[in-house]
Design a protein around this ligand. Structure first.
Ligand code: ADP
Ligand code: MG
Length: 366
């Protein structure tokens, strides 16, 4: 229902999106995951027609967001990173204003506004000025304006940033319940945020999609590769000989742990193999006590970090790094990385070049 094709966005000399493509099917909750500065907000602003792309296409329910923006925007509700709420209005007033801007018929406005206030738990706060609401409630007002008019797709840019843990849980529940009736796209730089509510993950890094799959598939792939860490008290050579005999070990490393007076083994299992019992019995037969056995398999977090790091390393080699004159000695490399990060951060703050690209938030009927 949403097709994003090869989006490129340049802000002056900075290319924020370098060819983003993905598809969104009806009825799922999509997580748009990536570190700060990856290009999430830029992509969402383009998909929702708030920002023009330099290149590429966005088709929503058959309508091009640039060419038939009114039709395309009708199926989208958007909560931008900075919620467009008016601090001097009450939620009820503000939502009534939004309902009218979205072209909801006058006779339905009252009912629709009440409906979204109920869905987002705003009823008790409806008469308080928005500026006097907590951040959590203000965020609900932002979500309420996005779901007004019952759009098929709801797009939320970092909806839980700045909320306390209790508010985060509440907003998550709200998003999950929205997912029952709507297609939801939600961005975050925090993996746990996405894995808690989304069934599909699109990971972006430095303006590119580096992974896109269902959460279930990513987890299944992870569980294929088990990695174990053991602490065994005994002779290192004999331990290695025993490990060589056990089936299901792909590779292993051993090292003496002097503090524990034991040998630390890290081993990678063959796909799908569970060799914990075999290890236990092999060493107990030798009277070598296994002091500990821990599953240190890659987690979702590792996958995320790996993917986003790989993309940035590739990137540096590809275009950003000037031809190195000399090779840095080992110790100085870290410093070099720190320097680059600062440059990046600074470039993130430059955000005033392209203001003229913005079009008003609400598509509505004209
Ligand atoms: P994210 O939402 O993933 O944190 P953004 O889409 O906000 O990332 O930003 C992607 C990149 O584009 C960053 O490097 C940021 O500095 C740059 N950028 C974003 N908006 C602007 C702007 N209006 N002008 C110039 N650069 C911008
Ligand atoms: Mg952002």
């Amino acid at each position: 229902m949403i097709e994003v094709k090869n989006l490129v966005k340049r802000y002056g000399t900075n290319t924020a999106l370098k060819g983003i493509s993905f598809k969104v099917e009806r009825g799922h909750i999509y997580g748009f995951l990536g570190p700060n500065g990856a290009g999430k907000s830029t992509t969402m602003n383009i998909i929702t027609g708030c920002l023009a792309a330099t290149e590429g296409e966005v088709i929503i329910n058959g309508h091009d967001i640039f060419e038939e923006s009114v039709e395309a925007k009708r199926s989208i509700g958007y909560l931008p990173e900075q919620p467009p709420v008016y601090p001097d209005m009450t939620p009820a007033e503000y939502l009534t204003f939004v309902a009218e801007a979205k072209g909801i018929e006058q006779k339905d406005v009252y009912e629709k506004v009440n409906e979204v206030m109920e869905m987002t738990g705003l009823v008790p706060m409806q008469k308080r000025l928005i500026k006097n609401l907590s951040k959590g409630y203000r965020q609900r007002v932002g979500i309420a304006q996005a779901i007004l008019g019952d759009p098929e797709v709801i797009i939320l840019d970092e909806p839980t940033v700045g909320l306390d843990p209790k508010q985060i849980i509440e907003i998550r529940q709200l998003i999950t319940s929205l997912g029952q009736k709507h297609t939801v796209i939600l961005s975050s730089h925090i993996l746990s945020e996405i894995s808690a509510v989304c069934d599909y993950i699109i990971i972006i890094s430095r303006g590119r999609v580096v992974a896109s799959d269902t959460l279930a598939n990513i987890r299944a792939k992870l569980s294929e590769d088990k990695k174990l860490e053991l602490l065994v008290r005994g002779d290192e050579n004999k331990i290695r000989m025993t490990l060589n005999e056990i089936e299901g070990i792909e590779s292993y490393e051993t090292a003496l742990d002097e503090a524990e007076n034991a040998v630390r083994v890290i081993l990678q299992c063959v796909k799908h193999a569970d060799i914990r019992e075999a290890l236990f019995f092999a060493f107990s037969e030798m009277h070598y006590p296994v002091l500990s056995m821990t599953d240190v398999s890659a987690t979702l977090e590792d996958v995320f970090l790996n993917l986003t790091e790989e993309a940035s390393t590739a990137e540096e080699e590809e275009e950003e790094a000037p031809a190195p004159v000399y090779k840095l000695p080992e110790e100085e490399r870290e410093e070099d990385e720190v320097e680059e990060r600062t440059e990046d951060d600074a470039s993130e703050d430059v955000s005033d070049d392209d203001d003229d690209d913005y079009t008003p938030m609400f598509g509505g009927k004209e």
